[in-house]
Design a protein. Sequence first.
Lengths: 243, 845
Amino acid sequence: MRATAVPERVEAEAETVRTVGLCGHEVALDPAGALWWAAERTLVVSDLHLEKGSSLARRGQLLPPYDTAATLRRLAALVETYLPARVVCLGDSFHDRRAAERLAPAARDTVRALQRGRDWIWIAGNHDRDAPAGLGGEAMAELNLNGLAFRHEPRAGDCRGEVAGHLHPAAKLRLRGRGLRRRCFVTDGARLVMPSFGAYTGGLNVLDAAWSPLFPPRGFAAWLLGGRGVYGFPARLLLPDAA
Amino acid sequence: MDDLVTDPEAGLLPEPFASWFAEKGWTPRAHQLDLLARARAGRSSLLIAPTGAGKTLAGFLPSLVELSGMPRDRKGSKLHTLYVSPLKALAVDVARNVEMPLAQMGLGVRVETRTGDTPQVKRTRQRTDPPEILMTTPEQIALLIASKEAPKLFQNLKVVILDELHALVTSKRGDLLALGLARLRSYAPGLRVVGLSATVADPDALARWPMPQGTPEDKADLITVKGGVAPDVRILEPEARVPWAGHSGRHAFASVYEAIRQTGTSLVFVNTRSQAEMVFQALWHMNDDGLPIALHHGSLDVQQRRKVEAAMAAGVLRAVVCTSTLDLGIDWGDVDLVIHLGAPKGASRLAQRIGRSNHRFDEPSRALLVSANRFEVMECQAAIEALRDGAQDTPPPRRGGLDVLAQHVLGTACAEAFDAEALYDEIVTAEPYADLDHFTFEKVVDFVATGGYALRAYERYAKIRRRPDGKWRLSHPSIAQAYRLNVGTIVEAPMLKVRLVRAGRSKALAGGRVLGEIEEWFIEQLSVGDTFVFAGQVLRFEGLREAEAYVSRSRTEDPKIPSYQGGKFPLSTYLADRVRHMLHDEAQWRGLPGEVGEWLGIQKARSVVPEAGELLVETFARATRFYMVAYPFEGRLAHQTLGMLLTRRLERARARPLGFVASEYALAIWGLADMGAMVRKGRLSIADLFDEDMLGDDLEAWLDESMLLKRTFRNCAVISGMIERRSPGKEKSGRQVTVSSDLVYDVLREHEPDHILLQATREDAATGLLDIRRLGDMLKRIRGRIRHMDLDRVSPLAVPVMLEIGRERVGGDAEEGLLADAAEDLIEEAMGAGYGGSGARGGGG
């Protein structure tokens, strides 16, 4: 028997974007799961995992083949909103090494259209070490910009000014008796780990042991992606999965 | 019935059977001879008989007689009779019972079982060297027909015996079996089917189920055995008073123990596994007489279950606490008393469970019903009256699921290339799929091949491909391997093995005896050192390694027990109707035990007791909140759906609802606006609120975000093969190779809302977790018959559901105390001052 809370109107501040400090810089967290660095007119997204659907189809799981289109559509909306001078895809943009080759012509066109008139950077990830062939953009192992380092895998230990992805952070909370699990940004003010952006990407609970080399226990906050806003919670309020 | 049998000798027992019966001092029963005669005439039959009528022997006798007259050195597959049961334990038990006469008559007929527990080596051998009689389950049939050996294996098959058919036909396992049966018929034309069933509401519908539809022989001969002596069923009147709410039945444990002590052998039925653990634990604590009491449920290790079953059959146990795993016809030897803890939920279900007591046909079965709360007292009484009237409320056979069909289509290709037209013709002979249209079938084949998407992206990854000869063929052998891992229709929560080690050995977690399996979500919420009850003992959690949980024995007596998950089965429509009538008839409820009469009396004085056809809706304020409580009596699932839809409407009406809780009998919604006042001022109409049109747009809108629909989708996605089952050992890389079904659901709903798997999901939701169909019937029924009572305080009838608010996962003594205080206040408010004290008996109405 479970008392079910009715989803209430989100009692959030009017702005949908939250600005947080990162090593002296101000960066904005967008509820779509992107980071906007206004000072550099740079938009950052991580772990797009394009063509994950077709990657799994090769192994016999015929999931709906709409994940790439869904992911690119959300990315296009962000580009249209911010009109960035630079877009950084923080690695694992493609689910496997052949994924870029499998892009449908329409998806290829979308990517090219998005790249027009701006810098486009593919940071290498563990799923996509090589630059995507014939897709434009610049491939890099990491990008250092005005004191912030953008790379795919966060480095263990103290690492100031790092923006990374790879871990697909998700956080769980209990609100009015109802469990809620969402993708999130994780930051302690010195380092920031981005949520995964791809339609078929899951999340790893930020209380999992994999996080302990990165953040001091309870010394970080998770910014959960809501429908209309980003909501910050200190680590002590978060729950492990299945609790 | 006898006009079919022209040969007067046909029903007579040949040797050595006649002598064997005589030696035992038995006379064959009329229905046993009847089945024999019909078998000789090549007829299929459905035998409907109460427990204890010798159903199993009747089913097997024709096969045994036929086999005894056959030469030993036959050519080809020896497999003559397939016996299919919904339970592994039943297959094992029946095998034991059939082996006995075979051995005593020296017939030299081999009987084997084949279940998920059978070792792989033996299963492989059975495919090439089968026994004459194979006892198995629907999943194993699906596996067998998906193998290349299938045509050879089944070429000489003569008989399929379907045991507990009434239970099989209401689930997706039944869909799978019906499709398997259609396939077996094409391998073995002339196949005879013997259905064995408990009494059902619609025998004719059931007689069609095992037969090929659309052919002249579309209905099995119906043989009905009337019930024996009427059972002796009573409601247990415990020393302690019946609680207002809850499901544990804890107040009655002492009386249950006493009943066990005074009886030879008892079966104690409970509704859930965690309740079984709790009851067993409690009985052991009061077991000063050292009675041999055992525990039996589906998560226990097989060896342990077999031990309990054997001990019970040998008559050395005084009681077994069990769940529905023992619902069906396992022969326990002599059971003197069935104790049913918690409400029975359905009249036929209760009849079947009571049938477990006393397998002697001519003596009355004895049963005690223990109500866990006050509404359950009425439910138990209604069930007893239904039993007296011989009323049945079994659900009708279901329409076949498209997800199961997809699984079957792929299984078909695993055996050999198939022609789509021939397969369609075969499938529509299966009763659950008799109405399947050709267009939908084509969509299912397309789904199996490439996912069935409008965007044709997966042609090169097709699982099956159409060859130039027009036949569909598997693209790669590895697909058959994957199919074998995914077969079946039961999608369980992921389970972990539980191993017993010595305390404090968390450094070296390894080895240890396997106690059974437990849900992953439960283990994940434990910290090392937490205690819980499992396999009948208090265990301490030592740690988790890979897919295994390590535990040690604990000395504590106050464990953290798995939280109650609610009854698995919703209250049957029939029993609900009876309870509604009872509620209105004061003469009936005055005599009920457990202060129920007094409770309803005060309800009548303070609010109203609704008429049978009415829906009572009460509004009142309490503390800082406003409540609306409705009493539809339609089961928790339908109430939950109703609650979701009503809160949406109330939100639009600016009643600012905050939440709701649903029980089997009632629904309580609370919010910040005074809903009673809104009705008085004409700002809210109760009739509009409960209008049927909520099943239109509101339902659609809610379904889109419903977790329940996502869970339903997950089941369909797994059964249909879109998503692979999670299997132990794969978890490590889980993040990379699997996608959460919720994400898949979101993407599919957005891009292809008419996809066949979403269609299957919606069909499931109508009868399954959302029970929309039942909700629709209710809304129709109560139209213009809603009785709204605007009260100045909580009513007595509302107390049970109000107590469910905030009940979930209360841990520790302090919280327990808080909850208890809250409950006392509530009861006092509803019933009048001086009533609340736990020891005090109320001053009456």
